[in-house]
Design a protein around this ligand. Structure first.
Ligand SMILES: [Fe+2]
Length: 432
């Protein structure tokens, strides 16, 4: 067998933390922007997990098979681990060793340990540098949520005047519609060192929005295109569940001890006019909300949840019946986390509060000067790029809005634009 070049160019990742295990991810891609560069055969990949990064004493190890049909990606289900514990992991193949990743298991069901959850969304490569991820990786989060637009499917505009981006795509880049094109787009993003650092820092939970497939899609999307898009999404992220024949299960419940019941909802795949989540997902979500006994019930999903004046057409404003069902079923300590709008916001809901994370890089839309005045339930706006960090404990739920000063060149410092505490359905600003 021909020797392969260094194949771990896209880094490592972990995700889907459970009290006894995580998913470990990597992909073999010596030539990531030209189809991956692997021979069309399967490779045995060794994985190792340890309590410290010297790997002198392994907690767990094994071999998994990287198949050409999955773009030589691997998803290793590790179990039998201790809850709320940090582990380090790496991969080996054909004499090559990957970088080391750090991960953490979820708390045990009885745990009252506080949690630190980072939230990111909307990282259009062309719009800037992923500096926010460098800072996010240093936050020491227990888990990182990505709430959609992990890639953007757009091609390079033919009109050069429209193509003056911070990091332009290559000239031949068309809008993604095939598996090969989506794979290459993920590879481009994952070559970014700051994004790789964030994946190597903590386990992720991701839920796609529209641009992982195509702008503003709903149930009427081209199913061949969606299948290719979901397949590439799966191949590049540490999911626990594989894509099915025609669909992929993104909605899921991730309990984090007694402190947080985390629910991830899919706002794209099942929507029909008037129904944001589809009947099956709605039943599932309402049951989970009604049955939630954790100190904080957190709904993480891509789209701005609170009403807005003027209303938005591709968001919950167009699905008021779905929204009120959720608010009626939600317990009092209810928190919505969202993204999509490329600016940071905070909102007081009929029940609970919402924290909207800004974009990592994607350019923001124009926002009316009187947006807060016209929407008294919106308690905060900030127009920078960045992310947010939520701190949840049995006593309180607070959020820090982190912003970077610029994304058009590397090296931006990070600062805290504001901090809030959730008190019932009120936002309490914390003096910095
Ligand atoms: Fe976006």
């Amino acid at each position: 067998m021909a020797k392969i070049k260094f194949p771990f160019t896209l880094g490592v990742a972990s995700g889907e933390p459970a009290p006894d295990g995580v998913i470990l991810w990597t992909r073999l891609a010596p030539d990531p922007l030209n189809g991956g560069g692997m021979p069309k055969s399967a490779f045995d990949v060794r994985w190792e997990l340890a309590e410290d990064d010297t790997f002198l004493k392994l907690t767990a190890s094994g071999t998994t098979r990287a198949q050409p049909a999955g773009a030589h990606s691997v998803h290793v289900k590790v179990s039998g681990l201790r809850s709320s514990s940090v582990y380090f992991y790496r991969f080996r193949v054909e004499g090559h060793t990957s970088r080391v990743g750090r991960t953490k298991t979820a708390p045990a069901p009885t745990s009252t340990a506080p949690l630190r959850i980072a939230v990111a969304s909307c990282q259009r490569y062309e719009h800037g540098h992923f500096t926010a991820y460098k800072h996010l990786a240093a936050e020491n989060p227990d888990v990182i949520l990505h709430l959609g637009d992990y890639i953007y499917e757009y091609g390079k505009p033919a009109d050069p005047a429209l193509g003056r981006y911070v990091r332009p795509l290559k000239d031949s880049a068309a809008a993604c519609s095939t598996l090969a094109a989506y794979r290459e787009r993920y590879a481009l993003y994952r070559l970014d060192p700051d994004l790789q650092a964030a994946h190597a820092a903590a386990p992720w939970l991701t839920i796609p929005d529209d641009h992982e497939v195509v702008n503003n899609y709903g149930k009427t999307v081209d199913l061949k295109r969606r299948k290719a898009a979901y397949q590439a999404n799966y191949e590049h992220l540490p999911y626990r569940v594989k894509p099915g024949a025609d669909a992929m299960q993104f909605s899921r419940w991730r309990p984090l001890g007694k402190v947080v019941d985390l629910l991830l909802a899919d706002v794209r795949q099942y929507r029909t006019p008037g129904d944001m989540l589809g009947p099956a997902q709605t039943t599932w979500l309402l049951d989970r909300l009604k049955g939630s006994t954790a100190r904080w019930t957190v709904l993480a999903q891509p789209l701005f949840f609170a009403p807005r004046n003027p209303p938005s057409t591709d968001s919950w404003d167009a699905y008021p019946a779905s929204r009120s069902k959720i608010l009626q079923a939600a317990p009092d300590s209810f928190v919505v986390l969202s993204g999509d709008v490329h600016n940071a916001w905070a909102a007081e809901l009929d029940r609970g509060v919402e924290f909207v994370a800004t974009a990592i890089t994607s350019a923001p839309p124009a926002v009316r000067d009187d947006a807060l005045e016209r929407n008294p339930h919106l308690g905060f706006f900030d127009g920078h790029r960045g992310y947010l960090v939520a701190n949840a404990s049995m006593d309180e739920f607070t959020v820090d809005y982190r912003t970077v000063a610029y994304v058009d060149r590397p090296g931006a410092p990070v600062s805290t634009a504001a901090s809030f505490r959730a008190v019932g359905n009120k936002l309490e600003r914390i003096d910095l």
